[in-house]
Design a protein around this ligand. Structure first.
Ligand SMILES: *Cc1c(COP(=O)(O)O)cnc(C)c1O
Length: 392
């Protein structure tokens, strides 16, 4: 597993930014449930704290923990993944700029770019994530292309994009690269170490890990943008825009992050069992899992990731109706959007997570089902899937 330079991933996850409370020795740092801080004088703050939108020790502890795991210079925690994406986009873009985005991105990101940013004069061009031809073309024909947006593995087909190759091309054209690292998490890949300028997360997913909190984060490399450190720009946007993570949410995200390493190992192991089993099942047509040698981008995944993740997508022969029926027939796998929690979930992406892409070229196939494989006992998960597939 990847992680901070001096210590292993699990050690960093448990200790970075999470020192015992200096006042009492409490092993778990307290939740600073406060909006504001009393000052020593009108211009003298205690340890730099003034108002919780600008800084809060619980949030800052989580930010330190996550920055260490992603190998970034700084991290900034937000109220949701989408709020984190929005903050980063506002820092980097101006009206007239273009975003080049690998297709198959999260439906909410697609909605933010095409429904909100389009109205503010920012154009988005989607390119095929399978090769760099369209990327090269988009960047070389449009001098206003300032940002490459990657998500890898993609959602929901789990295509793996070569981060080092794509970000080098963007850099050569003067564009920043951001990777949405929600699906892999820093336990499986650290995009900043591959040349990327910023990482965004929905911490709602694997980082929180228990489906009990919404959150997001931006983690930046030691990069400059328009003559200013990117960290400074994102920090200012977080304070001035205000979509910050609250203390309770930061506490839950930090607590989840401490166990990410062991959870991810089990997610990956269970997903591999489920993917292999689905491949053999007569009621299943195609299985998309980066760990399968049959997956279109297996080689890149094997090189880039230290595990293949907990998401498995598959296609059923009976079309959309059959896919919906399977999604509605499981018992342990809850019919739900979201992913990355300890409990297994099932969804029909075309109508659920990607409903906002309907009718666009970015809409996913309608006959696929997506699984977020949890960390239950894998035999029980297979029995549940078998029951649902037998009902077809
Ligand atoms: C869920 C998700 C988001 C959005 O995060 P929220 O916390 O729901 O705002 C962004 N990217 C990916 C890949 C996601 O799965």
């Amino acid at each position: 597993m990847s992680g901070g330079a001096e210590q292993g991933f699990a050690t960093t996850a448990i200790h970075a930014g999470q020192q015992p409370d200096p006042l009492t020795g409490a092993v778990v740092p307290p939740i600073y449930q406060t909006s504001t801080f009393t000052q020593l004088g009108v211009e003298t703050l205690k340890n730099g704290y003034e108002y919780s939108r600008g800084g809060n020790p619980t949030r800052n502890g989580f930010e330190t923990q996550l920055a260490a795991l992603e190998g970034g210079s700084d991290a900034f925690a937000f109220a949701s993944g989408i709020a984190a994406e929005d903050a980063l986009l506002r820092c980097v873009l101006k009206p007239g700029h273009t975003v080049v985005a690998a297709a198959e991105s999260y439906g909410g990101t697609h909605r933010l770019l095409t429904h909100i940013y389009a109205r503010w004069g920012v154009r988005t061009v989607f390119v095929d994530p399978h090769d760099t031809t369209e990327l090269e073309q988009a960047l070389s024909t449009d001098r206003s292309a300032k940002l490459l947006w990657l998500e890898t593995p993609t959602n929901p087909l789990l295509t793996v994009v070569d981060i080092a190759e794509w970000s080098a091309i963007a850099k050569a054209h003067g564009a920043l690269t951001v990777v949405d690292n929600t699906f892999a998490s820093p336990a499986l890949q650290t995009p900043l170490s591959l040349g990327v300028d910023a990482v965004v997360h929905s911490t709602t997913k694997y980082i929180g890990g228990h489906s009990d909190v919404l959150g997001g984060a931006v983690v930046v490399a030691d990069t400059e943008w328009e003559g200013r450190p990117l960290a400074e720009a994102v920090g200012f946007q977080q304070f001035a825009g205000g979509a910050v993570a609250g203390p309770q949410d930061s506490f839950l995200a930090a607590r989840g992050l401490k166990t990410l390493g062991v959870r991810i190992r089990q997610h990956c192991a269970n997903a591999a069992v489920v993917a292999d089993w689905l491949t053999e099942h007569s009621a299943v047509q195609d299985v998309y899992y980066p760990g399968l040698e049959s997956h279109s981008t297996h080689q890149i995944a094997a090189k880039q990731m230290s595990g293949f993740g907990g998401l498995v997508t598959f296609r059923v022969p009976g079309g959309e109706a059959a896919a919906r029926k399977v999604a509605e027939s499981t018992e342990l796998f809850g019919l739900s959007v979201s992913l990355g929690g300890v409990e297994s979930l099932i969804s029909h992406p075309a109508t659920m997570t990607h409903g906002s892409t309907q009718g666009t070229p970015q809409a996913p196939p309608r006959d696929i089902v997506r699984l977020s494989v949890g960390i239950e006992d894998s035999e029980d998960l297979l029995k549940d899937l078998d029951r649902a597939l037998s009902a077809l």
